[in-house]
Design a protein around this ligand. Structure first.
Ligand SMILES: [Zn+2]
Ligand SMILES: [Zn+2]
Length: 137
């Protein structure tokens, strides 16, 4: 069987953790929920979805920590530098993982994007692009 083709690579701020994605990143979303804002220390968190079996950490696994932010959701991050590296829900989309787009080292031709959980948006953020805005997801 052919080796799967790596379509994306990414890493954390310190470079200790590296990952590969052997499939497309789809459904790019900017999440304004309070948990993503806290986890990323940012106005919102931008993700692309990959199939779970297409994503693998290729170095720095010992640095990875997993935080369960709600009953079904886990967030993995680098304990060396704090970069968020993976979001996963055991709910309806358990076969997908959400990759924080800011950690990509490869070019990413943006697919259609959307803003989600805009109902929780920080008051100081104004969304100025034309992408759809959903109150939740
Ligand atoms: Zn790191
Ligand atoms: Zn969120």
């Amino acid at each position: 069987m052919d080796e799967p083709v790596v379509q994306h690579r990414g890493s954390c701020l310190c470079g200790g953790v590296r990952y590969e994605v052997t499939g497309p990143l789809r459904a790019s979303s900017h999440c304004h929920c309070s948990m993503c804002r806290k986890a990323h220390g940012a106005a919102f968190a931008s993700y692309g979805n990959a199939r779970r079996e297409h994503h693998r950490f290729v170095s720095g696994q010992a640095l990875l920590r997993t935080y369960r932010s709600s009953s079904q959701v886990t967030r993995q991050f680098c304990s060396g530098c704090g970069s968020p590296l993976l979001w996963h829900s055991e709910g309806a989309y358990a076969d997908l993982v959400a990759v924080p787009l800011g950690t990509l080292d490869t070019p990413f031709d943006s697919p259609p994007q959307k803003h989600i959980y805009v109902g929780s948006k920080a008051a100081w953020v104004e969304i100025c692009d034309g992408y759809p805005q959903l109150a939740e997801e």
